[in-house]
Design a protein around this ligand. Structure first.
Ligand code: UDP
Ligand code: MG
Length: 314
């Protein structure tokens, strides 16, 4: 029985050796074979040489090195496409996903007859308060408006059976949002909670702006509700305008005074103009996503790897 560990890594030269050491320690104590599939996501530091070194020392280490930074989603996808294990786990390179949980996860997935074991944080200790606030808001919103069940505090850290991995690989959409994909697929998932740990070395790769764009992706990918909101607000606006027209006409006929008020008119026009542009922006998001899907570009390009038979452009 083989366990694959997929590790996306972007500028992780400091964290990777520690990650490898700690994880191997845990894996050696488990009664199963293992392989690492490291994905170097176009790092600008020495991540690739660190990976090469590891692969020379340990034959269970595979690395895939992208031609540029394609993002964590693409890196995870590359890992899933190339993992050979009966069970596959995704782990961050910064030890925020504690390898100590691996034996428990494997035990659960084998004994409880579930298809995946996922991990969630009990708290967001060590995270900037603003980030926690918006993260919570995002989870509330997306669970209301989409049918993918997305758990707050869930990490991408998950152990999955072969069947589930095959299904993920089949979902070859360009705009990927893994938390949504996992939820959308269904399957039986068991949850493990743990306390948040901070990264061992290096810095977070997610700026606030990157996270914001990622959350918009998540919403657009898994919900059509924003489009409904746009149509409904259009209908409401039309009704309001209709009654306003009747009101103005009646006032003119009965009382004879034409409507005064240039200022209020300008306000209304700008207000409605604003709403229209906003709605167009929402529609634009969907059109842009459709455009990218229609182009059918590869998710990633592998420039270098130590494994034979890897599909380089996928
Ligand atoms: N990562 C990646 N490509 C990117 C950004 C991040 O492969 O463009 C990897 C990164 O190396 C790490 C994981 O994704 O292994 C999670 O990133 P990070 O720890 O910076 O995120 P956080 O834990 O702060 O959410
Ligand atoms: Mg991290």
């Amino acid at each position: 029985m083989l366990l694959s560990i997929v590790v996306p890594a972007y500028n992780e030269q400091e964290a990777l050796p520690i990650f490898y050491r700690e994880t191997v320690k845990v894996l050696k104590g488990m009664e199963c074979g293992y392989e690492f599939v490291f994905v170097n996501d176009g790092s600008k530091d020495e991540t690739l040489s660190v990976l090469k070194e590891l692969s020379e020392k340990d034959e269970n280490v595979t690395y895939l090195s992208f031609s540029r930074n394609f993002g964590k989603e693409a890196a995870m996808y590359a890992g899933f496409c190339n993992a050979k294990g009966d069970f596959v786990t995704v782990m961050d390179a910064d030890l925020q996903d504690p390898p100590a949980l691996l034996p428990e996860m494997l035990k659960k997935i084998r004994e409880n007859n579930c298809d995946s074991v996922a991990v969630r944080r009990e708290n967001r200790k060590g995270e900037p308060p603003v980030r926690s606030f918006f993260a919570k808001l995002f989870y509330k919103l997306i669970n209301k408006i989409s049918d993918a069940d997305i758990v707050d505090g869930a990490r991408d850290f998950r152990m999955m059976k072969r069947e589930m991995i095959d299904a993920i690989v089949e979902m070859s959409e360009y705009n990927r949002f893994s938390k949504g994909i996992f939820g959308w697929l269904g399957f039986n998932t068991e949850w493990i909670s743990y306390r948040n740990v901070e990264r061992v070395a290096g810095e977070t790769k997610w700026s606030f702006w990157k996270l914001f764009k990622y959350s918009v992706d998540g919403i657009v990918n898994f919900s059509q509700v924003p489009l409904t909101v746009v149509s409904v607000s259009g209908v409401i606006m039309t009704f309001v305008a209709f009654f306003m027209i009747i009101f103005v006409i009646v006032r003119r006929l009965v009382f004879g005074d034409p409507v005064a008020g240039w200022a209020s008119l300008v306000c209304i026009i700008t207000f409605i103009g604003g709403i229209q542009l906003f709605c167009m922006g929402i529609i634009g998001q969907y059109v842009a996503k459709t455009y990218m899907e229609a182009k059918n570009r590869p998710h990633y390009i592998i420039a270098e790897t130590n494994r034979d038979g890897v599909k380089k452009v996928n």
